[in-house]
Design a protein around this ligand. Structure first.
Ligand SMILES: C[S@@+](CC[C@H](N)C(=O)[O-])C[C@H]1O[C@@H](n2cnc3c(N)ncnc32)[C@H](O)[C@@H]1O
Length: 501
């Protein structure tokens, strides 16, 4: 049986929007009602403190939290007070709630969401924490950790046309609104598209909503930006594991992400960028860079992939068996866990990587670059600017010769510090590193030569000029010194430890 979806009635949606705003049902308003303790507990999927706090308040925001976030039955009179212009009848007409006896029960989750001074409301299916039972295979996901990771890593420069592939409830498209003129959203799930249409109306957005698998709905079309938190979860296809639409793209292993990486290039305008999250499998005897690198052969795009996490097959099986509302120790959980282990064993998979993929279609005829980095350390929440600057630096480096690099007066950025580690009693350091204080937090090991160059990289001296002096002082071969400095400059410059004046 098809599960219900919210209906779009522009007039009623406008009343809902007005009521949610009047109730201060915003991220800060909800935090004010719940307080830090209950909010944090809810973030850990523990609703009890929030039930106690919201249940003790009669404010409209507290009613809306009980109804739409916690999934609790609420008195009809309280709903009338919390939605004074939409009224209970309007909420029923929109399909958001049903009346059960004297009470009212939400059919969906509706919650405030904010980022960079922008405020939205997002409707999705109620989470397991609200329903207390495992979710259905056609569940439409709300905003999760992966959604915010992709949103935080997306380059936010103004562009004309963007695609949100696998839009779900439309969260990435909401983020695209402030910097994109035309937004196309796609999904294979008709239910997801119904939520996307509802959320577009609720937030006064206009999206071109298209149904279909992966890139099929945009055949022959090009974009300046493609973002996708795709259904990347590697899922056994043996029947024991539910094929949740929100996380399963309908292919074995990591083929969904591989296919996207291979084919998105033809949908990018020259200079266009695609950003995805993905999982990749690493089989015995191979490496993650070989795996992801093989997807990029002939893809016609520059690639910069940052691996952020690695799990072994058991860790992966535990994570995704739990997802959807199943608990360790139950027969269902054990059957799924075993199915995952069997699936990975059938392909000799030893580890599974997760990361952020940024692809770029060059604007000029040149060889594409591939940069696959393993950077699993903590990063600041807002990474979009780091990715923009890093991509621009990589493109510049790809389009300039070694002579050009040697003749730029590079400057070390102020967040770069040098650390010298010296064994007790030794006069010379055994390890010297340059540490980046922001962005990816790169740590680059230095040699005596590259440490000497970094100390004079002040925006006035070029590497070519510095190399002569360094080779002279240290009595080294100038050509070898130049090669060493050049390799360091290319590595440090791509992530912004060195910048052009
Ligand atoms: C992980 S959710 C991402 C939702 C949302 N964009 C976000 O960032 O949270 C993946 C989405 O891909 C959709 N999907 C699954 N298989 C698909 C396919 N073959 N083609 C297009 N979309 C698909 C799912 O319905 C779901 O909405």
């Amino acid at each position: 049986m098809t599960a219900p979806v919210p209906h779009v009635d522009e007039g009623l949606v406008a009343r809902l929007r007005a009521d949610l705003a009047a109730a201060d049902f915003t991220v800060t308003g909800v935090l004010e009602v719940l307080g830090p303790l209950a909010s944090a507990a809810l973030g850990r999927e523990q609703p009890l403190p929030a039930r106690r706090v919201a249940g003790a308040s009669t404010s409209p925001a507290a009613t809306l939290i009980r109804l739409f976030t916690l999934g609790d039955p609420v008195d009809a009179a309280d709903v009338e007070r919390a939605l004074p212009t939409l009224r209970l009848r309007g909420a029923v007409e929109l399909g958001l709630v049903t009346e059960e006896g004297d009470g009212v029960v939400a059919r969906f989750d509706v919650r405030p969401y904010a980022s960079d001074e922008r405020h939205w409301w997002v409707a999705s299916d109620l989470a397991e924490v609200a329903t207390g039972s495992p979710v259905r295979e056609d569940h439409v996901l709300g905003i999760g950790g992966a959604s915010t990771t992709l949103a935080q890593w997306t380059i936010r420069r103004p562009v004309h046309r963007a695609l949100d592939l696998g839009t779900g409830c439309g969260v990435q498209a909401l983020h695209l609104g402030p910097h994109v003129d035309d937004i196309v959203v796609t999904d294979l799930s008709e239910r997801a598209l119904a939520f996307a249409r509802f959320n577009a109306a609720l937030n006064e957005c206009e999206w071109d909503v298209r149904s279909g698998s992966m890139l099929e709905p945009v055949a022959g079309q090009r974009f300046d930006l493609v973002v996708s938190n795709p259904p990347f979860v590697i899922t056994p296809r043996s029947g024991e594991v539910p094929l949740f639409e929100y996380r399963d793209g309908g292919a074995a292993g990591d083929a969904v992400v591989a296919g996207l990486v291979r084919s998105v290039g033809e949908h990018l305008e020259p200079g266009g960028v695609a950003q995805f999250l993905g999982n990749w499998e690493v089989s015995q005897g191979s490496t993650w860079t070989e795996r992801v690198g093989s997807w990029l052969d002939g893809a016609g795009v520059d690639a910069w992939v940052v691996q952020r996490e690695v799990q072994d097959p058991a860790e992966y099986a535990e994570t995704w068996s739990r997802d959807g509302g199943h608990h360790a120790g139950t027969a269902d959980f054990d059957a799924m866990y075993a199915a995952w282990l069997d699936d990975f064993a059938s392909r000799d998979v030893e580890s599974i990587g997760f990361g952020v993929i940024t692809l770029h279609r060059p604007s000029t005829e040149r060889e594409t670059f591939v940069d696959l980095m393993d950077e699993r350390g903590p990063v600041p929440p807002a990474m979009g600017e780091t990715v923009r600057v890093g991509l621009e630096a990589r493109v510049w480096l790809a389009e300039h010769s070694d002579d050009d690099v040697l003749d730029e007066a590079w400057r070390a950025t102020p967040d770069v510090t040098e650390e010298r580690h010296t064994l007790p009693g030794a006069s010379d350091p055994s390890v010297i590193v340059a540490r980046q204080g922001s962005g990816l937090g790169r740590v680059i090991q230095l040699t005596t030569v590259t440490a000497a160059y970094l100390s004079v990289a002040d925006g006035e001296l070029t590497p070519r000029q510095a190399v002569g002096a360094i080779a002279g002082i240290l009595d080294l071969d100038p050509a070898e010194t130049e090669r060493e400095v050049l390799a360091f400059v290319r590595d440090a410059a791509k992530d912004g430890l060195l910048v052009r004046p």
